[in-house]
Design a protein around this ligand. Structure first.
Ligand code: SF4
Ligand code: SF4
Length: 255
């Protein structure tokens, strides 16, 4: 399934169905397993995750990607995914310390939703993403022994997941598209475009504002101003540009 599974799980995780839409769980500094989950993760970063973290760290996209991520083509020829690099020695997340996550307010969506996992896909012509939830169980996580009950909605609201899903679902529509990328020579160029617009927003900003882009594409002045001021507006536009450039969808117009 073309998917974006939101789950910051390590390799030994079990995935259980979410039986009645609720979990009994709590995570806090006093728990014996505190921060044990922040290691050995296969943590896929979405464009919005990258935007939030690189801004939090005051880094430009190129430096953040080089220092903190690795890119994998899974399967080969399809859109590349960017993973958060764990520390080479202890395999811990580079942002975890004994007092917890040092980028907590800007932590990735997968860390927010844990220990719930969300598998979602966006189908063209459907307004909302299709989603399924499951429970991620790992031996080291003692949070399931706590007594607080949550519905999925309560957990997501408490952890600030909704804003992430809203941004991620727009991108999901691109990576889960079944449309072909065209002949091989076009496909490799399109993959480069995908990488820039998805993961390297600083490069995409230069592409929009420092090339002939605004002379070629019909971008309303109000939108151009907003993109210059707001990273989220620029990222949403990047998704529209990708739909146009990769698949020929009429999301933006040529002058
Ligand atoms: S309870 Fe689970 S999520 Fe919380 S710190 Fe422990 S291992 Fe991590
Ligand atoms: S980003 Fe924060 S919450 Fe996520 S794994 Fe790293 S330290 Fe843990």
């Amino acid at each position: 399934m073309p998917d974006l599974s939101s789950s910051a799980a390590a390799g030994d995780a079990h995935f259980d169905p979410l039986m009645d839409g609720t979990i009994t769980f709590a995570c806090h500094r006093g728990i014996a397993c505190f921060t044990k989950c922040c290691a050995a993760l296969n943590l896929v970063l979405t464009p919005y995750d990258i935007l939030r973290i690189k801004n939090r760290l005051g880094m430009i996209s190129d430096d953040f990607l080089a220092r903190h991520t690795e890119t994998r083509f899974e399967p080969p020829g399809r859109f590349p995914k960017v993973y958060l690099k764990m520390n080479p020695g202890d395999k811990r997340c580079p942002f975890v310390r004994s007092l917890g996550c040092t980028i907590y307010e800007d932590r990735p969506g997968a860390c927010r939703i844990y220990p719930i996992g969300r598998a979602s896909m966006r189908v063209e012509q459907e307004k909302e993403a299709r989603e399924k939830f499951f429970v991620v169980r790992e031996k080291h996580c003692l949070g399931f022994g706590e007594s607080r009950a949550w519905s999925v909605e309560q957990w997501m609201a408490d952890q600030g997941v909704d804003e992430y899903n809203a941004m991620n679902d727009q991108w999901l529509e691109i990576i889960s598209s079944r449309r072909a990328l065209g002949p091989e020579k076009d496909a490799s160029r399109k993959l480069q475009m995908f990488f820039m617009a998805s993961y390297n927003l600083d490069k995409f900003r230069k592409f929009v504002f420092e090339s002939k882009f605004l002379r070629v594409f019909d971008v309303p002045p109000g939108l151009a101003d907003r993109m210059a001021r707001e990273d989220t507006a620029l990222l949403k536009f990047a998704f529209d540009w990708l739909k146009f450039s990769l698949f020929g969808i009429n999301t933006i117009k040529i002058k």
